[in-house]
Design a protein around this ligand. Structure first.
Ligand code: NCD
Ligand code: ZN
Length: 356
């Protein structure tokens, strides 16, 4: 047994499904899953139903989060076709602005480049714009951000061409950051999954795509789960929605990768704590930490705390277990038991955080 203490980890990309998708996940269950996975802060995406695209929907989303969250949280707002000016006034309360330029779940997709430009120009430069863009949309948004001279963050990079394009832009000095999701690092098209369960956006890549991510680890600022819970019945049904749950399994998978020499513990802490803090201007609390037993081996179970009830990683042997988690000096998780109560999580954007 080798117990190691890491700072409270931050997952900058999760979907909590409240309001509108409560049968898939709610804040109580999604943050129980996050804590069980060693995560002390989650930043939630705005593609709820209705979507978070104005002040009333942000108020409602933050109210639901404050009532249900067992860990700390922030909430993104969504870029719509004609809300660039109005949504920018909410930047101080939001984790960031999310722009969906690619195929996705929900109705937030933006096709019109003039709307992309309006958002890049209106959103405050010091606040994050997180973009889902692949292929030609990625090329265009990087060029646009470069010409306007503002930073962008690219969500869940999955393809070899995309990560190379981002690495090249960074070498040219363009302010583009990015994240990679565990499923694109550990699964690919050769993984044996029923077709509905394998649906995710961006799609699982080829083994070459997957290897390219590992080869460009230096260009990857953050790991983020894109925890996108859908029920097993939905995934195995006629019209399977894209997305995988991920908060419970990310840290054991990454710790396993350290044993294989793919990265080290500092690489994990940098991408799940230091860089998220820096990018999003998040508060740091010495009393928020996670203890892992890096030598404990187990097999990933099919279901855990998430209401979705499944994981694409089920059955994978891993080495590295989350034993205890504390959030702001309160024990939140202890040897398999979630002890943090619903509603104890704090909004990282409320007054008094380090950024504002
Ligand atoms: C996400 C979801 O289900 O909300 N699905 C996914 O496949 N990643 C949407 C998204 O992040 O694009
Ligand atoms: Zn997502």
């Amino acid at each position: 047994m080798t117990t190691i203490r890491l700072p409270g980890l931050i997952d900058i990309h999760v979907h909590m499904r409240q309001p509108g998708g409560e049968h898939k996940e709610i804040w109580e269950t999604g943050t129980a899953a996050a804590i069980a996975g060693g995560i002390g802060t989650v930043l939630a995406m705005p593609n709820t139903s209705p979507a978070v695209v104005d002040e009333a929907s942000l108020d409602a989303a933050l109210g639901l989060a404050a009532a249900g969250a067992r860990c700390d949280f922030g909430h993104y707002v969504g870029a719509g076709p004609d809300n660039a000016e109005s949504i920018a006034t909410l930047a101080r309360r939001a984790a960031g602005l999310k722009m969906y330029l690619g195929q996705t779940f929900g109705d937030l997709r933006l096709d019109d480049i003039s709307a992309w430009k309006a958002h890049l120009e209106a959103w405050p430069e010091e606040d994050v714009i997180a973009v889902h863009a692949e292929g030609s949309a990625l090329k265009t948004i990087i060029e646009l951000a470069e010409s306007i001279g503002r930073s962008i963050h690219i969500c869940h990079v999955a393809g070899a061409d995309d990560i190379r394009r981002i690495a090249d832009a960074r070498e040219r000095g363009v302010a583009v950051t990015c994240e990679a999701a565990p499923h694109h690092l550990f699964l690919d098209q050769t993984t044996d999954l029923p077709p509905g369960r394998a649906e995710v956006r961006p799609r699982l890549g080829t083994p070459e795509d997957r290897h390219a991510l590992w080869e460009h680890l230096d260009a990857i600022d953050c790991f983020a789960t894109d925890h996108a819970p859908h029920t097993l019945a939905e995934k195995d049904g006629d019209n399977p929605p894209p997305g995988f749950p991920g908060v419970e399994t990310m840290l054991p998978l990454l710790l396993t990768a350290t044993h294989r020499g793919l990265l080290d513990l500092d690489d994990i802490v940098f991408r799940l704590h230091d860089r998220p803090v820096e990018l999003f201007g998040l508060p740091v609390d010495e009393g928020s930490w996670v203890e892992v037993d890096v030598d404990a081996s187990f097999e990933i179970p099919m279901s855990g705390q998430s209401r979705s009830g499944w994981t694409p990683f089920a059955g994978m042997p891993v080495k590295g277990r989350v034993d205890r988690v504390a959030i702001r000096d309160e024990l939140a998780y202890e040897y398999g038991e979630v002890v943090a109560a619903a509603g104890t999580g704090r909004d990282v954007r409320r007054k008094g955080s380090t950024k504002r």
